[in-house]
Design a binder for this molecule. Structure first.
Ligand SMILES: [Zn+2]
Length: 423
């Protein structure tokens, strides 16, 4: 297949992309189409590597309203509600919901997802279901699973044994939730134990870390320390890190360089944390999202995650990573040209680094995976939540959407409008 006349995220225009055997063979202007090749005219629209979600919960997705809705809207009621739902879950229903979500994701050009899966259920029903979902979606979507002890690794009596069983079954990443342990000391112990387990097994680590407004929740410091001690550089991710929003500035000025030195990735979840954080505040009300521009400025790889779609914690969402990027941009006030582009990177290339995806990108040799957006550049894509005109996986079109346009019926001014700027 040859895609003609595309604009790339780095601004190059009029580019052709030649694909052979599921890989990118060449990217240049004016490439010749090999005989028999399918040729698609991109009409100057933005051809991007696919969206990547660095943080999601596929075991809970699309369960909104089961068995009831979250009335307070808080994290803790969400966790309690998930505890009520867990005994009622069936493997079949969970798989159907996850597969439905993967269809939504593909339609939105989201082709790689790191999902946490709760291991605090002695049946490991969600683990088995999502391992099967991972196998089924593999031809069109990379699903990476994190063994996540939702009820606390040390707080829940069977969590550690279950987490190890989940890893034995093939779950890819070691998870944790230190701020939910009974004490700060237990939280720190859980971080140490989980990092050692990951080092032993040669696995990556991705912890829910300091998802609170408590400025003294400092498990990210412990996570960076053990990453350094066990030489896990580049394999460890701190997710949420919302307490950093409320921390003392002097302390943060020491902390961020330590995180950078350890090569720990950071994942912010803007849609969720702007709704969950600051709930105990009156006014002024804190935003709660971690310090995204400051982390990026220190050279730390920062990605955005969707975290939740229609589940006990969040009632909205549809798998659109441009919505996630837009919220991150607003909450972090990243309104400069460079800031907006960085928010686009947070749902594409930076997230791919968190997952450690091989062959991701637009260089020759990479997988022929793309999304063609009805936008002229990444900023316009965020502004418009641009239509996904085409989604390509390994050189094959796997989804199409019509261009967004409206027919106008104004007196004396018939025409149509498509919200893009012809430049
Ligand atoms: Zn999460």
């Amino acid at each position: 297949m040859l895609i003609r006349n595309a604009t790339l995220p780095d601004g190059r225009r009029g580019q052709d992309v030649l694909m052979q055997q599921g890989r990118i063979a060449a990217v240049d202007a004016g490439l010749a189409a090999p005989q028999g090749a399918e040729v698609i005219d991109a009409q100057g629209w933005l051809l991007s590597p696919p969206f990547v979600d660095a943080h999601f919960h596929m075991d809970a997705t699309l369960s909104y309203g089961l068995p009831r809705v979250n009335a307070s809207g808080t994290l803790l009621e969400g966790i309690a509600l998930w505890g009520e739902l867990k005994p009622q879950l069936t493997q079949d229903a969970l798989m159907q919901r996850a597969l439905q979500y993967c269809d939504w994701a593909v339609a939105k050009g989201l082709l790689a997802i790191r999902s946490h899966v709760d291991v605090c259920d002695d049946r490991l029903l969600a683990v088995e279901a999502l391992l099967e979902v991972k196998r089924r979606v593999q031809p069109y979507l990379d699903l990476q699973l994190v063994a996540f002890p939702q009820d606390g690794l040390l707080r829940s009596p069977t969590a550690l044994a279950n987490l190890k069983r989940a890893l034995d079954l093939g779950v890819d990443v070691v998870g944790g939730i230190p701020h939910f342990e009974r004490t700060m000391a237990d939280g720190a112990d859980s971080v140490k134990l989980l990092c050692e387990l990951a080092a032993e097994r040669g696995l990556p680590v991705d912890m829910h870390c300091d998802e609170s407004d408590d400025p003294l929740s400092r498990h990210i410091e412990t996570l960076a320390f053990h990453t350094q001690r066990l030489k896990l550089h580049g394999r460890v991710t701190g997710s949420h890190l919302t307490s950093m929003h409320s921390m003392d500035n002097y302390y943060v000025s020491k902390l961020i360089p330590l995180v950078a030195e350890a090569g720990v990735h950071a994942v912010a979840n803007p849609l969720i944390n702007i709704t969950l954080q600051g709930r105990h505040d009156s006014y002024p009300k804190r935003r709660g999202m971690t310090r995204v521009p400051e982390l990026m400025a220190a050279g730390i790889n920062v990605a955005f995650g969707h975290d939740c779609v229609m589940d006990p914690w969040y009632s909205l969402g549809c798998g659109d990573m441009l919505e996630v990027a837009a919220m991150g941009l607003h909450v972090a006030q990243m309104t400069s040209q460079a800031g907006m582009r960085a928010c686009y990177d947070a749902v594409t290339t930076n997230a791919a680094k968190v997952l450690g995806l091989a062959g991701y990108g637009l260089a020759p040799g990479c997988h022929a995976d793309f999304v063609l957006l009805q936008a002229r550049d990444p900023i316009e894509a965020i502004r418009l939540r641009a239509a996904r005109l085409l989604v390509v996986r390994r050189g094959t079109v796997i989804a199409r959407s019509p261009a967004a346009a409206a027919e106008l019926r104004l007196p004396g001014r018939p025409g149509s409008v498509d919200w893009t700027l012809q430049r």
